[in-house]
Design a protein around this ligand. Structure first.
Ligand code: FAD
Length: 468
């Protein structure tokens, strides 16, 4: 770790946050010959925010990369983005993000990040997403090594608690560091400190008491403090503050940082019931990579924010196991008792579902013809009777991945002020501005795409605009 050297301030570029977006910006600015400091709120061990938990990065490519199948053309990527966002995206920024995503594999390679051969399995993403060898942590370690080799100063346990901004011009960031409050002055700012998903009080403004039952999949450090400071200082907001990306994760997961191993990908193999033992949504609506991100919100809308994925022994080996074993019982009634659900209501729900299942040929890799008839909600694909004892359940709660409220930026990653004027020296990258591109919805791997593309742009522009 580079030892902190605050005597070198004012820095040319002050980077807030220590995840992928921050590191891409820091490396790029340092490669332009600038003196850069990274202020990371977390400790050295927990550095890297939600980037630590990532596995892959979505990028357009021509199909020649040995670590991907393909090609994945820009137009196809754009179509995917439009589909998941329902068109709620800044078209100019979206097109630029996708065009520049083609540069990411060579850029990451130059920084020492390694990728693994394409994967199959539950997430069939070999064509669209490159998987990090060693996961997000391996990737981050490579980026930190590179940043430090370029002379970037990285301060850990250095949460930013105040920003001095005058008329949209960044002057300094105050960090709590080693028991003191220190003003770190800089000529340009890159804000890359994530969203506010770990701030339950803030989430409560939109979700009420239900937010107490939410689990946060990633770092407890992404409390949105920097985002709030910027918005309070006149940066224009973008994105729906009530929106968040949420998946169904095991109800036994820790409150924070449970990561990927707590996520359940078994929904399409069974049915999902709420506390009243009632089904509430089509479990087979579409292929899982296109639907996994709606289940957190669906569970959040259920009583007590809890639901149960129910399946039988015939499918138990068909999906990725998670950290927690399923709750099993020899009969449906016994399973209901274990889950503290009304046994009669539970049995009726399963029996009604079984009776509605029509014959078909099961294939979880395509939209197959196994479906229900005459039941609401329907299960439109992969519907098979739940009848082979023993029976199993996973209790699930909403697992919040990230929020959508963001700072508005332009093509230079430059923050725009509420009066429409661009800031002279403030840039943003990653989750803190992702709402410009992702107005809602999500396509797996886009978080890293946006962070890397805008991190590089923010680093370039901050280096260019570092002024006294
Ligand atoms: C379990 C999980 C799995 C995921 N998997 C993927 C995946 O495979 N592919 C993908 O594309 N996306 C994935 N995502 C989303 C992805 O993690 C984010 O899109 C990405 O990490 C955003 O990068 P970032 O640099 O903007 O934020 P982060 O990586 O979260 O970094 C934010 C940083 O800001 C710091 N910080 C916060 N507040 C302060 C403060 N006040 N002062 C100083 N520092 C502060 C934090 O400590 C952290 O270092 C996943 C998310 C989770 C939770």
């Amino acid at each position: 770790m580079t030892s902190p050297d605050l005597s070198r301030e004012p820095y040319d570029v002050v980077v807030l946050g220590g995840g992928n977006a921050a590191l891409c910006a820091a490396i790029t600015a340092a490669r332009s010959g600038r003196r850069v400091v990274v202020l990371e709120g977390a400790s050295h061990f927990y550095r890297g925010g939600n980037t630590r938990h990532t596995r892959n990065l979505r990028c357009s490519h021509d199909g020649t990369a040995p670590t991907m199948t393909g090609p994945y053309e820009q137009q196809e990527f754009l179509d995917d983005l439009y589909r998941v966002t329902g068109g709620q995206t800044d078209k100019t920024l979206a097109e630029m993000t996708i065009a520049r995503s083609r540069e990411l594999l060579p850029f990451m390679d130059e920084q020492g990040v390694r990728f693994q051969p394409p994967l199959g399995g539950t997430l069939s993403l070999g064509k669209t997403n490159a998987f990090f060898l060693g996961g997000g942590r391996g990737m981050l370690n490579a980026l930190y090594r590179r940043a430090e080799a370029l002379g970037v100063t990285c301060l850990y346990d250095a949460p930013v608690i105040r920003l001095q901004i005058e008329d949209g011009f960044f002057v300094s960031a105050t960090v709590k560091y080693q028991g003191r409050e220190i003003d770190v002055r800089g000529k340009a700012l890159v804000a890359a400190a994530g969203g506010f998903e770990a701030n339950i009080e803030w989430l409560k403004q939109y979700w009420g008491e239900a937010a107490d039952n939410f689990l946060i999949r990633g770092t407890p450090f992404n409390r949105g403090d920097v985002l709030k400071m910027l918005l309070d200082k006149g940066v224009a907001p973008v994105g729906d503050p009530t929106q968040c990306h949420a998946v169904a994760i095991d109800a036994r997961a820790p409150k924070y940082d449970g990561g990927i191993i707590t996520r359940h990908d078994s929904v399409i193999f069974g049915i999902v019931v709420n506390r009243h033992a009632q089904r509430f949504y089509d479990e087979g609506e579409d292929i899982w990579p296109k639907r996994y991100a709606i289940w957190g919100r669906l569970v959040a809308q259920q009583p007590d924010q809890i639901a149960y994925i129910i399946f039988d022994s015939s499918v138990v080996t068909m999906f990725m196991p998670t950290l927690y074993p399923p709750i099993g019982a020899p009969g449906l009634r016994e399973l209901a008792v274990k889950l503290t659900l009304d046994p009669a209501a539970f049995e009726k729900t399963v029996h009604d579902f079984n009776a509605a299942v029509r014959p078909g040929t099961f294939d979880d890799t395509i939209l197959d013809d196994c479906r229900t008839e005459g039941i609401a909600p329907p299960k439109t694909h992969w519907a098979r009777r739940i009848e082979a004892a023993p029976f199993y359940a996973y209790p699930v709660r909403p697992g919040i991945t990230f929020t959508y409220l963001a700072t508005r930026v332009n093509k230079q990653a430059r923050m725009l002020m509420k009066d429409g004027k661009p800031s002279a020296n403030m840039f943003a990258a990653g989750e803190i501005m992702a709402g410009n591109v992702l107005g809602r919805g999500y396509a797996a791997g886009m978080g890293m795409t946006i962070g890397s593309v805008f991190g590089r742009i923010a680093g370039t522009e901050a280096a260019r605009n570092a002024r006294n």
